[in-house]
Design a protein around this ligand. Structure first.
Ligand code: ADP
Ligand code: MG
Length: 273
């Protein structure tokens, strides 16, 4: 269990839901295929409030697909994903499941922040504008409210002096920290990170991992796909090792990363360490 979160990056809405009861994310018998290729083959996972799950696994093992299914960017072919007790991408009515409309999907996605390998900032907008856009358009904040919140978040990720910089004027690590601030500005209850440091020069990886460590420490519920084993050891509550669309091993990092049971986990770790 983690220490009581300090105020800062994590919105109050996330902290209100933090008792240790129900999982924030539940993935049950998740199957996903593209044509004749099975990409997820019966994945089961749960993430409890304020916990960090680190997803490890070789390239092509299904990490991105799994994260995209949690965020309803992809649809499962079988099984279920629940976020805070509701089915992702579907709702029940009259004893049947119905696909969510685009508007309903948007409302569901607001609870889930996502950070990608490529930062995907809007190139023609400053850091501040990148962070205020969503809250103004989707949350209906006034410009002044959105800017105050964006300044606070950009300060927290160490970019107070870069508010008016354009992405092209920022390093990769700085751009990724803007992307994290942008996701947090939507007050998500869960953050998904898909290899957030893989596209960075090695000397810039640490500053992004530090922001993520801070978030975890403050009690954000997170799933992080990464090859950063040091981060996993330090921050993960649970590590899940994915291979060929199956979780082949999962547990606390002190077990899975230190004394893995599966040969494939050992082989993977020996490559990335
Ligand atoms: P990882 O993130 O672990 O590298 P991915 O989830 O990106 O793995 O990919 C898992 C497998 O699914 C790969 O074999 C990939 O080629 C395949 N895949 C992913 N997205 C698609 C798609 N849209 N169409 C067809 N195959 C896909
Ligand atoms: Mg991937």
């Amino acid at each position: 269990a983690k220490a009581e979160p300090s105020p800062g990056l994590v919105p109050d809405t996330a902290r209100e839901t933090v008792d240790d009861g129900e999982p924030v994310i539940r993935v049950e018998q998740a199957w996903k295929w593209f044509g004749s290729t099975d990409v997820l083959r019966g994945v089961n996972l749960t993430v409890r409030p304020r916990r960090t799950l680190v997803l490890l696994g070789p390239s092509g093992s299904g990490k991105s697909t799994l994260l995209r299914c949690v965020n309803a960017l992809e649809r499962l072919d079988s099984g279920l994903v629940e976020v805070e007790g509701s089915r992702v991408g579907l709702r029940e009515a009259g004893g049947r499941l119905h696909e969510l409309t685009e508007a309903e999907l948007c409302r569901q996605r607001v609870r889930i922040g996502m950070v990608f390998q490529r930062f995907n900032l809007f190139p023609h907008m400053t850091a501040l504008e990148n962070v205020t856009l969503g809250p103004r358009r989707v949350l209906g904040l006034s410009r002044a409210q959105a800017e105050a919140e964006a300044e606070r978040l950009l300060t927290r990720v160490g970019l107070r002096d870069k508010l008016d910089s354009y992405p092209s004027q920022l390093s990769g690590g700085q751009q990724q920290r803007v992307a994290i601030a942008r996701a947090l500005a939507m007050k998500p209850h869960v953050m998904l990170f898909d290899e957030p440091t893989s596209a960075l020069d090695p000397e810039l990886v640490g500053e992004v991992l530090d922001v993520m460590k801070d978030l975890a420490r403050q009690g954000m519920t997170m799933i992080v796909a990464t090859h950063e084993i040091g981060f996993a050891k330090e921050v993960a509550d649970t590590v899940a090792m994915l291979d060929g669309g199956v979780v082949i091993e999962s547990g606390p990092p002190g077990e899975c990363l230190v004394a893995p049971k599966e040969e494939r986990t050992k082989a993977f770790l020996s490559k990335v360490l």
